[in-house]
Design a protein around this ligand. Structure first.
Ligand SMILES: Nc1ncnc2c1ncn2[C@@H]1O[C@H](COP(=O)(O)OP(=O)(O)OP(=O)(O)O)[C@@H](O)[C@H]1O
Ligand SMILES: [Mg+2]
Ligand SMILES: [Mg+2]
Length: 511
């Protein structure tokens, strides 16, 4: 442990993570959940607005997704758990209380392992609870506007034991938890959009002495801020405890991180802490989870990221697919293919997309095409990855046109761009024909549209036309060959075979 001491202090960190559950409906009402772009107060019903006479009804999908998270985190699932009211009066809480699981959460005693942390982190408990509404305050007019769209959205609170010893371990936990929850289809885990938020508890003590008093930094919405908040707290608490001659102690406080000053700022002390007056919610019965149901959820669990990564490496690394390639796919903000109540989400994740496209094709070229061209063009258009723009079948057809040399790569890139800008159900070959992008080759002989002699002729002309580039290639700058190829493609109106042109050029340049 001594390797983690900071100036002789042991740092103790525990994290509470609030995760929005990825369900189309709220936790206790039939209202649809909302995204940031929905107009205020369009995604709530009478229950979310706490109208008298409305009653909660637990959403089974939220429960099953919560169970997935609990099983993946190795928790014991309580056969019986219950819901409690946590009272506080604030404008973003229409009922005056939040429904949570204080006395008897549905899952406890789990563990989280990551090779980058090196020892297991104990999960104290996971509870189901409601998210709050949003209030937008105007300090000038001293008014607040309330948007109920978020009110009642299902949240999971995942609480760790105080097991972290460094900010880096805490950061690794949050990043891996995010990846895990996304892979399980439990949450988008998007910190910027607020679907994953952390409260970080920090204390310091001398080794061998009892733990120090914790301060809790609330509502952190980026891993970078979390690391900064922990580092700031360590220094702040250290300076209190190290003041010479002083008997000052750290006082238990709730603080927030201020991204402008890069500091934590006191919100309230323990003395001002609200008394939540927890009480069992009389409108909700005991939540009973049969072993059979838990087992059914366990069987339907999608593979966890660590096993997916290993499987992909085992299957594709011999074809030249790298770990880095796999990480790129796995880190995409994807929607997994989850089957729920018989309904299948037709949108698939990047890994599944790659694997389906790679069936019967060279995995390395498929990977390169997806990462460099598909993702590259999507990001140029400011769009995140989604399989909905170009179906697996269409991507396969596009790849096959390149492989069978019916279309050159530059033409295929052009077509890809067109397909992203205006998606179409037509077969790719038809689209290519419409845009006059097919090489005029005899499909069966799979030869390039211009014969070898003419291509050689154009290559020789390119050497005369681009003396500076040619000199650069001869001096070892191999990538410059692409400029010459570009010139050749323009001269041949995209009909030349790129690979063949490269071979001829290399031959001419090095003879
Ligand atoms: N000495 C300590 N130093 C740092 N963290 C601690 C220490 N003791 C407890 N913790 C951490 O503080 C967190 C306490 O969270 P918990 O949800 O149990 O209670 P809470 O913060 O009092 O309640 P609330 O959910 O209302 O914020 C846990 O993550 C726990 O590991
Ligand atoms: Mg808590
Ligand atoms: Mg807390």
């Amino acid at each position: 442990m001594s390797r983690w001491l900071v100036d002789g202090w042991q740092v103790v960190i525990g994290i509470e993570t609030h995760v929005q559950i990825k369900s189309s409906q709220k936790l206790f009402s039939r209202a649809l959940t909302s995204a940031l772009n929905h107009p205020p107060n369009t995604r709530c019903n009478a229950f979310d607005a706490a109208f008298p006479g409305t009653l909660p009804r637990l959403n089974r999908k939220c429960l099953d997704l919560a169970l997935r998270a609990a099983l993946a985190l190795d928790c014991s699932v309580n056969q019986c758990s219950s819901f409690d009211r946590k009272h506080y009066f604030y404008s973003d809480q229409p009922a005056g209380y939040q429904i949570t699981q204080h006395y008897s959460p549905f899952a406890v005693n789990g563990r989280f392992t990551s090779p980058n942390i090196g020892f297991p982190i104990r999960i104290k408990q996971i509870q189901l609870e409601q998210d709050t509404a949003k209030s937008i305050t105007n300090t000038r007019t001293r008014t607040a506007l309330i948007d109920l769209n978020r009110a009642g959205t299902g949240l999971l609170e995942i609480v760790t034991e105080p097991d972290f010893r460094t900010p880096e371990q805490a950061a690794e936990y949050v990043r891996s938890l995010q990846e895990l929850l996304r892979a399980l289809g439990v949450s988008d885990g998007n910190m910027e959009a607020g679907s994953l938020r952390c409260d970080v508890n920090i204390s310091i003590n001398r080794p061998g002495e009892p733990p120090g008093t914790r301060c809790e930094v609330k509502n952190i919405n980026s891993v970078k801020f979390m690391v900064a908040a922990i580092e700031y707290e360590i220094r702040r608490q250290q300076s209190i405890l190290e003041t010479p001659g002083s008997t000052q102690r750290v006082s238990q406080e709730t603080r927030r991180f201020d991204p402008d000053s890069w500091r934590t700022i006191k919100m309230r002390s323990k003395e001002d802490a609200p008394d939540y007056r927890y009480m069992p919610d009389p409108n909700l019965g005991v939540l009973v989870l049969s072993e059979k149901h838990v087992e059914a959820v366990r069987r339907a669990m999608p593979p966890l990221p660590a096993s997916t990564r290993l499987r992909l490496l085992r299957t594709y690394s011999s074809s030249g697919v790298t770990e880095n390639n796999i990480d790129v796919l796995m880190n995409l903000d994807v929607v997994r293919d989850i089957t729920y109540d018989g309904a299948t989400d037709s949108v698939i994740g990047a890994v599944a997309y790659f694997e389906l496209c790679a069936e019967g094709r060279d995995p390395k070229s498929v990977m390169n095409w997806i990462i460099h061209n598909f993702l590259g063009q999507l990001s140029a258009l400011g769009k995140p990855f989604s399989s909905k723009y170009i179906t697996v079948a269409q991507m396969g057809q596009l790849l096959d046109l390149i492989i069978t040399k019916q279309m050159t790569r530059p033409s295929a890139k052009l077509l890809l761009k067109q397909m992203l800008v205006s998606p179409s159900d037509l077969a790719v070959k038809q689209l290519a024909e419409n845009m006059d992008l097919l090489s005029t080759v005899d499909e069966h002989s799979k030869r390039s549209s211009i014969d070898d002699d003419s291509l050689r002729d154009v290559c020789m002309r390119s050497i005369d036309a681009l003396p500076a580039e040619v000199a650069a290639i001869r001096a070892g700058k191999e990538k410059v060959i692409n400029i010459v190829i570009g010139w050749i493609m323009r001269q041949t109106k995209g009909k030349a075979d790129v690979d063949r042109a490269k071979d001829i050029l290399k031959e001419l340049l090095h003879q």
